[in-house]
Design a protein around this ligand. Structure first.
Ligand code: SF4
Length: 322
């Protein structure tokens, strides 16, 4: 499968009064067409900054973002319109991402107007079609966002993202602000749309357990760096990185089989350090139970432990570039 998105040595730094925040610090990965890549990390890991740099809200400090092989490493205002239309995002909180002064019909029509898709009648038909796709009644066209429940508002946000028939959708914690009862419905809907439209998803989340049944591959971020990336089944069955094991040891499981696969409980040491002054060497060494002398001195390089399974940790094999 061809990569639809290629991230190469991406850095995003922010200069603040406290110093330079290295939110994303030289990361590389690919997203294939029709694939879901789960980008998982704690708060401050850089996962959302990565998403906002891909969508063009932030310009990269350095590095490259390629979409269908074309360089889009610039803010969204400088990107070709056809590419803007092909990459969409669903934010975590539909309460703030939907304009409260517009009706649902206007909200869904806006991307069609911006991208000059169809005439008035075409757009009206498309808005009704979008509402049907997310299983909302047609008369919601006249409602304001505050008249809808949280789950319904997120369905509108998903419909808005799909309005321009994108190829890549960035899902920024799309279910974490919702009740558990509605989360499964939204996830199933997203998976159906992916199958029907061959969509690629970059799924940003702090909820590793959610990725077990949703992602094709999973990447773990810690303090601006990727520390492990693997196909989802392999990732959950054979984790290598001490940080991944720590995260996996504390997620809830639903079956005995999953319980057996879980690494032994690893108690987290301390808090995630500040990205303003990240620790030297391995970013995780201040919390790692397996650290050794080299860990605080040298940044670990990428090691391919199995086909498609990459780990950045001094405990494993021969380093590769990246
Ligand atoms: Fe732990 Fe060292 Fe591996 Fe970092 S490089 S995760 S500190 S063992």
């Amino acid at each position: 499968m061809e990569p639809i998105l290629e991230i190469k040595d991406l850095k995003k730094y922010f200069v603040t009064s406290r110093g330079t925040v290295r939110a994303v610090d030289e990361i590389s990965f690919e997203l294939l067409r029709g694939e879901t890549l789960g980008l998982v990390g704690e708060s401050g890991s850089g996962k959302s900054t990565t998403a906002y740099t891909v969508i063009g809200i932030y310009a990269p400090t350095s590095g490259k973002i390629l979409f269908r092989g074309q360089d889009i490493s610039v803010p969204v205002s400088k990107r070709p319109k056809t590419l803007k239309r092909a990459i969409q995002i669903v934010f975590q909180d539909p309460g703030t991402s939907l304009n409260p002064r517009r009706t649902i019909g206007q909200i869904l029509e806006l991307p069609l107007k911006v991208h000059r898709i169809g005439d008035r009648n075409d757009r009206r038909r498309r808005v009704v079609e979008l509402l049907r796709m997310v299983e909302l009644p047609e008369d919601y066209i006249y409602k304001a966002p505050h008249m809808l429940g949280g789950g319904e508002r997120q369905m509108v946000a998903i419909a808005r993202a799909l309005a321009t028939e994108p190829e890549l959708v960035i899902l920024d914690e799309p279910t974490s602000a919702l009740d558990v009862s509605i989360q499964a419905k939204i996830i199933n809907m997203l998976l159906d749309f992916q199958r029907e439209m061959n969509l690629s998803y970059l799924f940003i989340t702090h909820d590793l357990s959610l990725m077990r049944n949703v992602a094709h591959r999973v990447a773990i971020m810690y303090l601006g760096k990727i520390c492990e990336l693997a196909p989802a089944v392999e990732f959950f069955e054979n984790p290598y990185h001490p940080y991944t094991k720590m995260l996996l040891s504390s997620i809830p499981v639903v079956s005995e089989e999953e319980e057996k696969m879980k690494p032994e409980k690893i108690i987290s040491q301390g808090e995630i350090p500040s990205p303003v002054n990240p620790p030297p060497g391995c970013r995780f060494h201040t919390r790692c139970t397996e650290r050794n002398g080299i860990c605080s001195q040298e940044l670990p390089g990428m090691v391919r432990v199995r086909e498609g399974h990459l780990v950045w940790c001094h405990l494993f094999g021969k380093k590769e570039e990246g």
